[in-house]
Design a protein around this ligand. Structure first.
Ligand SMILES: CC(C)(COP(=O)(O)OP(=O)(O)OC[C@H]1O[C@@H](n2cnc3c(N)ncnc32)[C@H](O)[C@@H]1OP(=O)(O)O)[C@@H](O)C(=O)NCCC(=O)NCCSC(=O)C[C@H](O)C(=O)O
Ligand SMILES: [Mg+2]
Length: 296
């Protein structure tokens, strides 16, 4: 469940660590999180150079002020350990693990970070993009309840899921939706953030806006993005809408009335409203405030 302290992650932009122009641009963008990618956005022959470029870039003035996450190659791959060392060195908020199959992959990364003396404040994010990860969502999410584990967030990898399963992403991700919902359910059970996958067609912003609205209705915190043009629509779709803010304010005001202070359920404009709705209203208002503060 989102609460009043949940971080804003409406727009989570992948930036290829090998792309100088994209690196130079990212600090000026209004996304909530940047994921610097060492994995699929970087060709095999450019992996070492991308790692070095990222180290240099994040040590300099261009480092973005938002949440910073680094996606490494799978720890079992030939690049994994070097990537993890590089990621640890750039002091990120999170490290995103691709191709996670089950809890073991996360525990191994956790142990490797401990060996590197990485502070516990460096969190792990896990891509859910293999059929095995979907089958293991329960045990993966349980790590979120373990204070010793670093797991903070699940990220959908719909391209890889489509590749492995043969499942179509069209129309409107209808076949993929049950698994995305399973991911949201697991993430919430484990008190984890949950971020939706990317939309590859970055020029069709109308379709993208609809995809963001669907993702929000499914319960996702935000969407992963591949292009700066997707930031505005994602920020708008995952923000509380004016009617929702007005409704939330009315609920808070109604429960503050002396006659309602000791009541669990009240009637408001013909609808039953309970204290759980008061909690939801307070969360939504906190989110609206956080967005407002960010814009100032
Ligand atoms: C998709 C792109 C290759 C398109 O690039 P390009 O043709 O250069 O786009 P534009 O000319 O429209 O770009 C306009 C300006 O914006 C900058 N730009 C573009 N993309 C980014 C970005 N991601 N971050 C920051 N800045 C960006 C360009 O440099 C232009 O700048 P300027 O000329 O100075 O105005 C490209 O967008 C791209 O590479 N996107 C990211 C691709 C990526 O990271 N892929 C991997 C992550 S997605 C994934 O792996 C999904 C998951 O794992 C799964 O399985 O589903
Ligand atoms: Mg992927």
């Amino acid at each position: 469940m989102q609460d009043t302290t949940s971080p804003l992650r409406r727009s989570v932009l992948y930036v290829p660590a090998s792309n100088d122009k994209a690196l130079a641009k990212c600090a000026s963008l209004a996304c909530d999180t940047v994921i610097f990618d060492l994995e699929d956005a970087v060709a095999p022959e450019r992996k070492p150079a991308a790692r070095e470029r990222l180290r240099e870039f994040l040590a300099g003035d261009g480092r973005p002020g938002c949440e910073v996450v680094v996606r490494i190659n799978a720890l079992g791959s030939e690049w994994g350990t070097e990537d993890l060392l590089a990621a640890r060195a750039v002091k990120p908020d999170g490290i995103l693990l691709p191709k996670v199959n089950g809890p073991r992959d996360i525990l191994d990364a956790d142990a490797a970070l401990d060996e590197m003396d990485a502070p516990r404040s460096v969190k792990l994010w896990a891509m859910i993009e293999t059929a095995r990860a979907v089958l293991n969502l329960g045990p993966i999410a349980e790590l979120g309840q373990n204070p010793a584990a670093r797991l903070a967030c699940l990220v959908a990898g719909t391209n890889d899921l489509a590749r492995e399963t043969g499942m179509s992403l069209a129309p409107e991700r209808g076949y993929m939706t049950p698994f995305l919902l399973q991911m949201v359910m697991a993430g919430r059970a484990g008190s984890l953030g949950v971020i939706d996958g990317v939309a590859n067609d970055f020029r069709d912003l109308e379709a993208f806006g609809r995809a963001c609205q669907d993702a929000r209705a499914m319960g996702f915190d935000g969407k992963t993005l591949i292009h700066p043009a997707q930031i505005g629509p994602a920020n708008a779709a995952f923000a509380p809408q004016p009617t929702e803010v007005a409704e939330a304010r009315a609920i808070v005001a109604a429960f503050a009335l002396p006659e309602n202070r000791e009541r669990g359920a009240i009637s408001l404009e013909g609808r039953m409203v309970e204290r759980l709705h008061l909690d939801m209203a307070q969360t939504l208002l906190a989110r609206a405030r956080a967005i407002e503060e960010k814009q100032q």
